[in-house]
Design a protein. Structure first.
Length: 193
């Protein structure tokens, strides 16, 4: 098996991070991979906002917690239901205390905004895995980016009002790094030959 396919099979979501910060050259490599993701019509209209300041991370977390408390949950997505419960109980921690969080935003009125963000995020995951760095997709900011407490912090981080949040990436050295392939994945595949 080639190295790229092996990296895809070994990638895992990490939710337990060591407190030490990742190296600048590792972060730069991960962000370079994000910038080389495909984008619709090669628009490259995304912004990657890197948070490594502990106080700002906690401020964003608190603003998202306050915003999530106001959500009317109209779907059965377990993560959203659990996030609201954790926020209401004062135990909300969306980024798992990772030392780095990358917020991926894109133009609200751009048709391909979510797809472009998702491609960039996947590139970050694969680059991180190849460097021995743990990563996890963080959804919560994308649910509430337009609610006042969260929008206030995003503005402080220079994320334009014209942008939506496609997702965030928690990055850090994992407490445990499992180097075996993920369990077999199931899915429907149809062939017409």
């Amino acid at each position: 098996m080639n190295a790229i396919l092996e990296n895809i099979l070994f990638r895992r979501s990490v939710r337990e991070f060591k407190p030490e910060q990742i190296k600048k050259e590792e972060l730069d490599a991960i962000l370079l991979a994000a910038q080389y993701a495909p984008s619709g019509s090669n628009s490259q209209s995304w912004i990657f906002t890197v948070l490594q300041n502990k106080e700002l991370l906690l401020e964003l977390n608190e603003s998202v917690s306050e915003s999530i408390k106001t959500l009317d949950i109209d779907d059965n997505y377990p993560a959203k239901i659990n996030a609201k419960k954790r926020a209401e109980n004062g135990i909300f921690m969306m980024y798992y205390d990772a030392p780095t969080l990358v917020i991926v935003s894109n133009l609200k009125d751009y048709t391909n905004n979510k797809a472009d963000c998702a491609c960039a995020i996947e590139n970050m995951f694969l680059a991180a895995t190849s460097l021995g760095i743990g990563s996890c997709w963080i959804n919560q900011v994308s649910w509430v980016y337009d609610k006042e407490p969260t929008r206030k912090v995003l503005s402080k981080l220079n994320i334009p009002d014209s942008h939506m949040i496609g997702g965030c990436v928690a990055l850090g050295y994992p407490v445990h790094f499992d180097l075996k392939a993920a369990p077999r994945r199931e899915g429907t595949i149809w062939y017409f030959v």
